[in-house]
Design a protein around this ligand. Structure first.
Ligand code: SAH
Length: 242
């Protein structure tokens, strides 16, 4: 395990991040990052164990919605990792799960194997594996079992829905959860040699005839509640193994 002095936690959406920021009484840090960008940062300490920085992607200035997807995630990860130099990072948020893999709404998955993309298809030798990414996942032995978290591959793409080809790649990726940021963060974490783990709560089923967005809204509150209770347990666990 790393000696943990600084932990960075990445969220794409404000509604995903706020309960955590409030429960830890983290304070906004307006001087962190680049003031020209919409990203938001909150800092504080977890008990007497380690410093925490929460990085949220903020709102798009033109459309007024959360900056979800890989571009904001990647840029924010770069700024955060360079300036804060965390010993460990977490990519936290909601995701689609797979009924055929035994997922239930509200299940919280801890990343395993590798972070992968399922929408970067490049049929040129060498580039196809580069497209998928396979960025390292930092695994903490025994944590998922102790905390009752499910374990699975986090697979990333820039769409809430998916094409037939995405589906095939998710299968090849052994995806257990599908979301829109983790692999983008993982690329930066890999380049900057910073361990990263993913914690993702299931708001919707990918393999369901119901519309993803309808499922997402119906289950968001429940998934967020579970996500935050598990996130606290993860932080407690990290503190306990220091
Ligand atoms: N429609 C929502 C926001 C988009 S949901 C709103 O208006 O509030 C997409 C966000 O949730 C992304 O940040 C993504 O990482 C995550 N997510 C949840 N379920 C997903 C799924 N089935 N596929 C892709 N991303 C998903």
């Amino acid at each position: 395990m790393v000696s943990l002095k600084r932990l960075a936690v990445f969220f794409a959406m404000e509604e995903e991040a706020m309960p955590f920021i409030q429960s830890l009484s983290l304070a906004p840090d307006k001087d962190f990052g680049d003031s020209k960008l919409p990203f938001r940062y909150y800092r504080g300490r977890f008990k007497s164990s380690f410093d925490v920085l929460v990085a949220v992607n903020g709102k798009d200035p033109r459309y007024g919605v959360d900056n979800i997807g890989t571009e904001p995630a990647t840029l924010n990860a770069y700024i955060t990792l360079r300036q804060y130099m965390p010993d460990l990072c977490l990519s936290v948020g909601t995701a689609g799960g797979f009924q055929h893999k035994g997922a239930s709404i509200g299940d919280v998955y801890l990343s395993t194997e590798a972070f992968r993309f399922h929408d970067r298809r490049i049929q040129i030798p060498g580039f196809s594996e580069y497209g998928v990414g396979h960025y390292p996942v930092f695994e903490i032995e025994g944590m998922a079992e102790t905390l009752g978290l499910k374990k699975g591959v986090v697979s990333t793409a820039n769409s809430l829905d998916y094409s037939e080809k995405d589906w095939e790649m998710m299968k090849k990726n052994n995806a257990s959860v599908k979301e829109m940021e983790a692999a983008g963060i993982a690329w930066v974490a890999h380049l900057l040699h910073t361990p990263l783990l993913g914690l993702k709560a299931v708001t919707d089923f990918v393999d369901s005839p119901e519309k993803t967005e309808e499922q997402f809204f119906a289950h968001f509150a429940l998934a967020i509640k579970k996500l935050h209770s598990n996130l606290h347990q993860v932080l407690d666990y990290l503190a306990s193994i220091q």
